[in-house]
Design a protein around this ligand. Sequence first.
Ligand code: A2P
Length: 291
Amino acid sequence: MSPTPFSSPSVALNTGLQMPVLGLGTYKLCDPEDVHRAVDAALSAGYRAFDSAAVYRNEADLGKALRELLPKYGLTRKDVFITSKLGPKDQGEKAMEGALHSLSQLDLEYIDLYLIHWPGTQGLAVADERNPGNRAQSWASLEELHGQGKLRAIGVSNYTPAHMRELMQSCKVPPAVLQVEFHPRLCQPELRSLCKESGVCFQAYSSLGKGELLTDPVVLEVAENCKRTPAQVLLRWAVQQGIPVLPKSSNPDRILQNAEVFDFSLSDTDISRLSALDCGHRFCWDPSGVA
Ligand code: A2P
């Protein structure tokens, strides 16, 4: 068993569940060998959370890799936190089936966190007025599976403030997590304060701006000053503000590098300089038009 170079802190979700602040994003991992190699590197580096989704088509490979690798690190199922997401094609009446399919693909008795991946429904126009009803139906299915203990926490991804308000008004179980694109060029102040007011954990994806922020001059300067890499600066900028991150990498060295963000701090000035880059820029999909 390799020693773990860091210990990821956790945040308490509104269900009482502890979620590690650092998780491995698996968006680009779709080959079984790549998944196995990345999960091995991540467990060795101390990651204890893994973020998948039905649309990533790697749930089965992730489940298999964990079953094969957990014993190597002296770990069991309860030591890791698994997230997956309902595909937009299953939004609405197929949500129950979609979530159960995720469980069977992962081959798990429970998923720690299950999110509605996208506020819209595949096959419907973004402005289609059936989108809200489908979201509500999906949420009701997730609530039911949460009640059965199959989804230990439930939440949403890519929701706008309007989608969040709609959900908060109608839900029986409030969302535990909102996972959205978040980095210095997209600071999402409205969503962050909404989450804070409602006790929802705000979680970041694409902290590196799909890799494009790694060459931003301000990021490079801060990295140079604190003798860290640009990726570590971008991840530290989020975790120092209490925001959990999900860096994606298929490269074992970068997976380790991205974990080494708990042994240094950015100055308040550096945090502010990075936050001043906010210009509402998205590297990923924009959900704001979804009815
Ligand atoms: P790779 O898988 O080859 O490491 P984001 O999470 O913002 O979407 O960014 C993911 C992208 O950033 C991937 O293309 C990934 O490529 C790259 N990446 C991840 N970690 C690092 C790192 N520490 N240094 C450079 N590139 C990285």
